[in-house]
Design a protein around this ligand. Structure first.
Ligand code: C5P
Length: 232
């Protein structure tokens, strides 16, 4: 499986996004479009970034009844994105419906990965508010196994969970991991972080990197540094 670095396009407007992407002249990085950008700029931004030749991970984390998710996934698939995601909490039935919705007329489909438990959810809150009595680790592994059973390609998880997920679901089951920082860079609000080199050792298939690249003085240089540590 090809490893790659995905840049999180966490910008608040289209001009900022295009200004950023224009800095890349020799490469076309894989990018992630999240809810804020998609809801403000609309599907047009996906088409434009695709037209510019980038691969796109559309990070909209769907969670609804199976029929609704199936129909929504069909719309996203028609935008020709390369990867999208949903919440595994929607059940195996919802995840199977999502896959059905993603399959295009020619038989191809974007990769589909699941969010297990958000890294912002503490074990205490999960147990007290959601009445899930298992540990976070057990829940993450079970949700990943459900995603695998439904036919999904992998999960988005913290680098520290990636090893557990690989052990439970197999090497081929993809792990996409945010929370990446260079050993010498600012952590920002991320707590449980790892370096690109360590993410590679752990077995992540894709790392999602935002601010270390988007807020750098020389984003292209930092992107290349990520590629050098994680991919090459
Ligand atoms: O700037 P930074 O590298 O922290 O950006 C990480 C990206 O990954 C952001 O888009 C963030 O929303 C996303 N993400 C995350 N942690 C998760 C899930 C998604 O940081 N558990």
């Amino acid at each position: 499986m090809g490893k790659d670095v995905i840049i999180a396009l966490d910008f608040n407007g289209e001009d900022a996004v295009y200004g950023f992407l224009d800095k890349f002249r020799d490469e076309k990085p894989y990018v992630k479009i999240g809810m804020e950008l998609f809801y403000s700029a609309g599907p047009g931004i996906v088409r434009e970034i695709k037209r510019r030749g980038h691969k796109i991970f559309l990070d909209l984390k769907l969670h609804d009844i199976p029929t609704t998710v199936k129909k929504a996934m069909a719309v996203l698939s028609a935008l020709d994105v390369d990867m999208c995601n949903l919440h595994a909490a929607g059940t195996i039935e919802m995840m199977k419906a999502a896959i059905e919705g993603l399959v295009r007329a020619d038989g191809t489909r974007p990769k589909l990965i699941a969010v297990t438990q958000l890294t912002s959810t503490s074990e205490e809150r999960m147990q007290k508010e959601l009445l899930i009595s298992a540990t976070i680790s057990e829940t993450v592994v079970k949700y990943a196994q459900n995603a695998k059973e439904a036919g999904l390609d992998g999960v988005v998880c913290s680098p520290l969970e990636a090893e557990m997920v690989k052990a439970a679901c197999g090497k081929e089951f993809m792990t996409v991991t945010p929370g990446v920082r260079f050993a010498d860079s600012d952590k920002g609000d991320q707590v449980r972080i790892t370096t690109p080199a360590r993410a590679k050792e752990i077995g992540s298939d894709y790392i999602v990197v935002g601010r270390p690249i988007t807020e750098a003085e020389d984003p292209v240089k930092e992107y290349r540094r990520c590629i050098a540590e994680f991919v090459d």
